[in-house]
Design a binder for this molecule. Sequence first.
Ligand code: NAD
Length: 471
Amino acid sequence: MSLDSESTLVFHTMEEIDQTYARLTKTFQSGATRPLEYRRRQLLQLARMIQDNHTAFEDALIADLNKPRVETTVSEVSHLVTAVLYAVANFEEWALPQPCETKEAWRSSWGATLYKEPKGVVLIISPWNYPLVLTINPLIGAIAAGCPAVLKPSELVPTFTQLLADLFPRYLDPDAYAVVKGGVPETTHALDLRWDHIFYTGNSRVGRIVATAAGKHLTPVTLELGGKSPAVIADDCDFDIAARRVLYGKIQNAGQLCVAPDYALVLRDKVDAFVESLRKAHDEFWPEGDHPLTGSVPISNIVNPRHHARLVDLLNRTKGKVVLGGEIHKDKSISPTILTGVPEDDVLMDEENFAPFLPIVAVDDMDHAMRIVNSKHIPLVIYLFTNQEELKDKFLERTRSGQLVLNDTIMQLVVHEMPFGGQGESGYGMWFGKTTFDVFTHFRGVINVPTAHEPFFQSRYRPYTQDKYEW
Ligand code: NAD
């Protein structure tokens, strides 16, 4: 084992990673993870693990990110317990063979059916920002589908990763589910192995590395990436409600959330009114005597000093004007920061900010807003605040994004039944609920052609003599 210089996390060696891979492959080949009863037991154990260790997970995320307990409870723990129980209630139905309707009556007797087969041994690589939900949620689908899985959580959340590694063998079958602790070299080594699916969540630079490595083995990949998700504020919406909802989405985990509104597009003559509403919302969230950085429940930390320095640099270089917040707690956190007068080509409009910053770009009209959205990579989500049917339709028809959410932020994450995923630079492949089961499932087509049909087939056999085709 080697010791990472930046944390106390003891990484697995390459030999240990190989051994884990070999053990899980053997388990898959034995068929042990296939029976539905086995899958159900493992899913229930997973739910038990999360519930029993609710406080330990909260403590770990306080140690790694200073994430407020209530945010861990709502967006990670409760979300996961609901997701596991949803899978437990439904996975047997998802796993049922699916008959295929055939048009011609004579072919119906062939019994064309899609069988739901586990793909095999899968690798799940997750990031630091929502480490519990982004590591365990894909695992729910893998277990439900009958696949053994190796999880590789982020080295940037060492307390969480160690906790998960300790808990796994106490709750789950160690021959089928394992946590690998590692940084870039260990992940690179793991990516050299032949997996049956790789599920990666993180940034698009590493997404390319993962897709390239998977390509060597023709391994299918799901890429859940990020991007610049805009909040578009039309003039007909209720500004106080829109501002409260945008600010809520922006401050979760200090803006380090893949579906956080990255920037806002507001009509030029409404910017002041919208800022006023944001100010009101801010004062509601942190009333007199409370403060985002020093209050009793401060905003989450920026994950590490390197990311903190990146954000301070952005604040120094932006041409926008800070109209709210902008306070910096050295190396740790930054208060929610609203900026106006941000040009379209500003540094804050370049990459995904992943920060508690809300740059506001003034637009002439909604067509101008659409042009800005369309000039960038396809975002994971567009948040549009309006009640105008025509405008909703325009955005649906003339923009592209992973999802389009009307009049709120983040709430698409609680709709387990709606597949979630990006497009282009924000990723590819969908998941959530049954779709995650589908990710790890091979739909194996089976037909049985009756020997009694042999007389109908004479014309397909050689020799191709004319008399066979005289119908
Ligand atoms: P990160 O730095 O923790 O990296 C993610 C994973 O990739 C980690 O497990 C890490 O060990 C591994 N990794 C890093 N460099 C690697 C390399 N060179 N080779 C192989 N593996 C490597 O997290 P991050 O990428 O900073 O995460 C934040 C990003 O993730 C943001 O862009 C965010 O929008 C995106 N994200 C997307 C979703 C989604 O569902 N679409 C969810 C959360 C986060």
